[in-house]
Every structure is written in structure tokens, then in C-alpha cells.
Ligand binder design. Structure first.
Ligand SMILES: C[S@@+](CC[C@H](N)C(=O)[O-])C[C@H]1O[C@@H](n2cnc3c(N)ncnc32)[C@H](O)[C@@H]1O
Ligand code: SF4
Length: 425
């Protein structure tokens, strides 16, 4: 058993035992190597070109402090909001990792020239997520505003060098962040992966953002509107394209992975919230609570400013590695307090942003009330859902398909209102 495997097992054991002071070290370590980028993709905060935003590299003088926390981690992720290779210190961080770890990066590939491919293949990098988001120069230009041919040449060279050196690492993903603008290139993207000989295609949905927040980017006469580009707004087209891409991948023997964290296929009739849909299918709705979160027993994320956070959702911090070592923070007062809160199913101020599935915007008292409310409401939700299904079938028969198309939005609005009302804790 390697030191990493032993540490992994201890992490699990300490989580099972629900202890607040741990002897294991984080199993997953994510270092935000930089938030600086060399391009401005339309769907990324960099695309908004906010002059007040602060983008910076992880400081070189803090890199030696990472050694103790990286040593026994099973997974090391060296990425964040920016382009990792923009930070010269990225290479020192990469060299700290070793062969018993799974080391991963995300890159736009622009700086992956011949010299950097050589440097990369001399390390234990296990996974490279090559973000392309397009299968043609035209679409790449719109979304990423950079030189498609250059990154494709870089990718081709990386694959050829890996082969020449008879290496099976790094595993190479080709990433596509899906949106209205590129969804029709999904099949072509799979074909491109086959032609280049990359290992896998990964399709991701764009993150949901606040409906009220405007996000508009003007680029070469094209206007990108974040909300309009979300594929939930184009369910039929999106489903069709992803199914075609799946079929093509099967034909060509290309591995295709679909976003595990978000909904990939949409209901073409309407967009019921996932919980309601599950009730309709007779399954137990997935309602999470803080006590199910095991992040502070497993995961440490260190940001460019040295602040340590337990995961990528929280707004509070556990300490700063400018003044303490990462492992002091791992068993520091705030981290222990956070573990205690979670074990008692309470929301710690560190997690107050509440966007993760364990909290999802609820206040502490609401979380406490939820379990009891859930048991009562789930049966009612199921009955109401069934009633609406019957109503829909009857309405379609009675008024005919054309009239139903007109009445449909009102019907779904009413159904959402009723279900939301019942679902209130
Ligand atoms: C933020 S980038 C950072 C690493 C590197 N610069 C890159 O492009 O891969 C990591 C990944 O996030 C994706 N991404 C950017 N904006 C996104 C959004 N609004 N929703 C979901 N994924 C997004 C990118 O396409 C990329 O694959
Ligand atoms: S390359 Fe990555 S970090 Fe840079 S703008 Fe694009 S998605 Fe954002």
C-alpha cells in the first residue's frame, strides 16, 4: 500500500468516525495556480473584461509550503480560473507531484509549445483537459477569440510525443463547454478527437448563473448573451445533437463523457426541476443536508492569495498559508469548527454562500425543518404531479395539439407554482 492509499483509507475512516481533529491529510488538493489568462472566452469571467477584477498568480515564495500537503494527496489538481502555464511557478508545483498521485490540469493549450510539451512529459502529470469548445476555426474564434490552428497543432504534437516516448500519461481529454453557438459542432468535435487520437471527449454544460445578472459580450459583430446560450433554452436541438454525437462516438470508438454534475438531456416539453421529476418517476427526491458533506475531511483548495477554502463553493476561509502551514490550517480552529457544524447538520459561516447541493441557499433553521417537511410533502408532490399528468393528457385530447401548444406555458406555470408551494418547508 502506498502512503497515498494509506492516507486515503484514513480519510475515509475518520469521516466514518465523524471526528473533528484528523490525523489524515487532504486526499484531494486543488491549487489555484493562477487566475491570470491569456485569452477572454465569452462564457468565462475573463470574457467580461471587468477592469476592477483582480487576477494574479499563485506566489512563487509560497510554493515550498505546498510540499507537505501535496505529499500524501491521492489527487492533485493544478488549475483555477486562469491558464496554469501563465504562471512560471506552475512548473515547480508540477514537479512536486509524484507517480502515485493522479495529477490533473485544465488548459487552453496556447502555451503548450514544443518546449512545454517536453517539460510536461518529464513529469507525472496524469490528466490534461484540453479546452477547445469548438470543432471549427470560426466557432473557436467567436468563443475563445484565439488561433484554432495553433492549439490543434499543439495538441497534435503532444499526442505524437506521448506516443514516441511510449507513455500512457497524461490521459488527454478534449473539452467542450456546450452552448447554443457550438452545439451543432458536437458530432464534428467527436470526429476531431478521433482524427487527432486524443483519449476522450468531455462535454460540459455551462454553469447556471443568476437569471437577473446580465452577461453580454460583443465580439466581431457577434453578440453573446449567456442566458440565451444556455442549452436549457434549446432543449430539442441540444438533445438531438448530443444523441447524434453519442452515436458517432460509438461508431468511431471514441470515449465520450457527459457532464456528471449537471443535467445533460432536457425535457423537451418543459423543464421540471430535478426533484419534481424524480417524484414523477416514483423515486425518492434527492434532498441533501449539510451532514452529508465530507469535503473538510477530504479536500483542500488553496487560492492564489494564499487563502484556504474547503471547496469551490464557500465564501469564507479556513486560514491563510501566508501565516500558517497548510496542515496547521487543516486541523486549525475554523476547520475543526466547520467539521463540528456539519456533523450537527448546521451551516457554518464559511459555507454561507450556500450554492452547493448540501446547502443550496437555505438558512440553518430551514435545513433543520426540512427533513420533517420533506416526508409530508413528498407524498403530496407525487399526488399533485400525477394529477397534472392526467390533466395534460385530457387537455391535449380535448383541445387538440395546436391549441395545446398555446395553452402549454400557462399549464406549466401553474404546475410549477403548485409544486413549489407544496415543496416549501
Ligand atoms: C475556467 S477554465 C481554466 C483553465 C483553462 N484556462 C481552460 O480554459 O481550460 C476551465 C474550464 O472551465 C470552462 N468554463 C469556462 N467558463 C465556463 C462556464 N461559464 N460554465 C462552465 N464551464 C466554463 C472552460 O471551458 C474550461 O474547460
Ligand atoms: S482560457 Fe480558460 S480561464 Fe482563460 S478565459 Fe478561457 S475559460 Fe477562462
Amino acid at each position: 500500500m502506498t502512503e497515498q492509499e494509506k492516507n486515503h483509507a484514513l480519510c475515509d475512516e475518520e469521516w466514518q468516525k465523524r471526528v473533528t481533529t484528523v490525523s489524515s491529510t487532504p486526499r484531494i488538493v486543488t491549487i489555484e495556480t493562477t487566475s491570470v489568462c491569456n485569452i477572454k472566452c465569452v462564457m468565462c469571467p475573463h470574457g467580461l473584461d471587468d477592469k476592477n477584477a483582480i487576477y494574479e498568480h499563485f506566489p512563487e515564495h509560497l510554493v515550498p509550503k505546498l510540499k507537505e500537503v501535496i505529499r500524501n494527496a491521492s489527487i492533485v489538481q493544478l488549475h483555477g480560473l486562469g491558464e496554469p502555464m501563465m504562471n512560471p511557478a506552475f512548473w515547480d508545483m508540477l514537479k512536486m507531484t509524484h507517480k502515485n498521485q493522479h495529477v490533473a490540469i485544465n488548459t487552453n493549450g496556447i502555451l503548450l509549445n514544443k518546449k512545454n510539451v517536453g517539460r510536461m512529459l518529464a513529469t507525472w502529470l496524469g490528466e490534461i483537459n484540453f479546452s477547445l469548445d469548438a470543432a471549427t476555426h470560426k466557432t473557436y474564434q467567436k468563443i475563445r477569440g484565439a488561433d484554432f490552428n495553433l492549439v490543434i497543432d499543439n495538441l497534435r504534437y503532444l499526442i505524437a510525443e506521448r506516443k514516441r516516448l511510449k507513455r500512457d500519461r497524461p490521459y488527454i481529454f478534449m473539452n467542450m463547454t456546450l452552448m447554443r453557438e457550438n452545439i451543432e459542432e458536437a458530432v464534428k468535435f467527436v470526429e476531431l478527437c478521433h482524427e487527432l487520437g486524443a483519449d476522450q471527449v468531455h462535454f460540459w454544460q455551462m454553469n447556471q448563473i443568476d437569471e437577473e445578472k446580465p452577461w453580454q459580450v460583443e465580439r466581431d459583430g457577434w453578440s453573446f448573451d449567456y442566458h440565451q446560450q444556455l442549452l436549457s433554452k434549446h432543449p430539442k436541438l441540444s438533445n438531438e445533437m448530443i444523441r447524434k454525437a453519442e452515436e458517432r462516438a460509438k461508431e468511431l470508438g471514441v470515449h465520450l463523457a457527459l457532464d456528471w454534475a449537471k443535467k445533460v438531456f432536457f425535457d423537451e416539453d418543459d423543464h421540471p426541476e430535478p426533484e419534481q421529476k424524480k417524484v414523477a418517476e416514483g423515486e425518492k427526491p434527492e434532498i441533501f443536508s449539510p451532514k452529508q458533506c465530507n469535503a473538510p475531511w477530504n479536500w483542500m483548495l488553496i487560492k492564489t492569495d494564499g487563502y484556504v477554502v474547503p471547496c469551490c463553493f464557500g465564501t469564507g476561509t479556513l486560514g491563510n498559508i501566508n501565516s500558517l502551514n497548510p496542515l496547521e490550517i487543516w486541523n486549525g480552529r475554523v476547520t475543526r469548527e466547520l467539521r463540528g457544524y456539519l456533523l450537527n447538520d448546521r451551516i457554518h459561516p464559511t459555507c454561507s454562500s450556500g450554492v452547493c447541493k448540501f446547502i443550496s441557499g437555505q438558512k440553518s433553521e430551514e435545513v433543520e425543518n426540512r427533513w420533517s417537511a420533506h416526508n409530508i410533502s413528498k407524498n403530496m408532490q407525487g399526488m399533485v404531479w400525477e394529477t397534472f399528468v392526467v390533466l395534460k393528457t385530457m387537455a391535449k385530447k380535448l383541445v387538440g395539439e395546436n391549441f395545446w401548444q398555446i395553452a402549454k406555458p400557462q399549464y406549466f406555470k401553474l404546475r410549477s407554482k403548485v409544486l413549489r408551494f407544496i415543496n416549501k418547508p
